[in-house]
Write a protein that binds this ligand. Structure first.
Ligand SMILES: C[S@@+](CC[C@H](N)C(=O)[O-])C[C@H]1O[C@@H](n2cnc3c(N)ncnc32)[C@H](O)[C@@H]1O
Length: 276
């Protein structure tokens, strides 16, 4: 049973995806990907039409599993350890010491990686903290990683990585904190569990509120998949999630000043950061 997706139905589905997740799929770039997914999903569900599938997605998905399947298929999860490494250096050498100095003793310093994908970004923070900062002896630091895609969150919790994912980690750090496997590397047991990973859609206000407040938010390479209205909404969500004077760091192609004007842009060395 193969379901063919017309351009009209592609538009209906992509509009739905956009409203729920902010992800904007264009017919020119994403038509084939969605057709392939629809066809295999309808076969699994034994549906013979797009109409049945779309009905299930909208009205018969109380547990959200159908929507989750769709999200897992449409997201782009590309990432690697030490990506834009200067941002991790600025985090541990400038931002965290500054927050530590002004935060009352005993309070936990909290960092959000949104989105974390398969975990390389928040684990890179852990590795930098271990390698470069004395701070972890003086202050409890909690790192939370969220992503809308449940498959990447499961992978992050297992912490198995390909050679490509670890290629930018200095050899000394790699051998200290990873076990070599037949294929790729696994983070050492002592570090597994040091990041709190959760499936969370950044547009789901109820789930986002449950995350609590943060001192720093890394949001790299997610806003590029959104349009202006969604970027604005997410930028304001981050604003609400941040403690006073908290920081946001974005990917190299993302600029807060083009989205909202509520943050102060600051340069630390060559690294652009945004302060509440
Ligand atoms: C390219 S990865 C970025 C990973 C990492 N931050 C980095 O820069 O290397 C983009 C991630 O954004 C996630 N994503 C897309 N829309 C999202 C949403 N609405 N809420 C949470 N995560 C989302 C995707 O699932 C994907 O894993």
């Amino acid at each position: 049973m193969s379901v063919v997706l017309s351009e009209e139905n592609f538009n209906k589905l992509s509009e739905y995806i956009y409203r729920k997740s902010g992800i904007y799929l264009e017919v020119d770039k994403h038509f084939d990907k969605l057709v392939k997914y629809m066809s295999s999903r309808c076969t699994e569900l034994e549906f013979d039409s797009f109409r049945k599938y779309f009905y299930k997605l909208r009205f018969d998905d109380a547990d959200g599993l159908e929507f989750q399947e769709l999200m897992n298929a449409v997201t782009v999860n590309e990432t690697y350890f030490y990506r834009e490494v200067n941002q991790f250096e600025v985090l541990v050498n400038h931002i965290l010491p500054e927050i530590h100095a002004s935060k009352p003793a005993g309070e936990i310093l909290r960092i959000l990686s949104a989105p974390s994908s398969t975990g390389e970004e928040p684990y890179s923070m852990i590795l930098h903290l271990l390698e470069e900062a004395k701070l972890i002896e003086e202050r409890d630091i909690e790192i939370v990683g969220i992503d809308i895609d449940s498959t990447v969150i499961e992978k992050a919790k297992k912490a198995n990585y390909s050679d490509r994912a670890v290629h930018a980690i200095p050899k000394k750090v790699l051998s200290a904190y990873f076990d070599k496997k037949q294929f790729g590397y696994k983070l050492i047991d002592d570090l597994i569990g040091t990041v709190d990973f959760k499936v969370c859609n950044i547009f789901d206000k109820t789930d986002v509120r449950k995350l609590g407040k943060f001192d720093v938010i890394f949001s790299r390479n997610m806003l590029i998949y959104f349009d202006d209205a969604s970027r604005k909404e997410v930028a304001m969500t981050f604003y609400d999630l941040l403690n006073p004077d908290g920081y946001v760091l974005l990917g190299h192609a993302e600029y807060m000043s083009r989205i909202v004007s509520v943050y102060k842009a600051k340069k630390i060395g060559d690294t652009l950061v945004y302060q509440k």
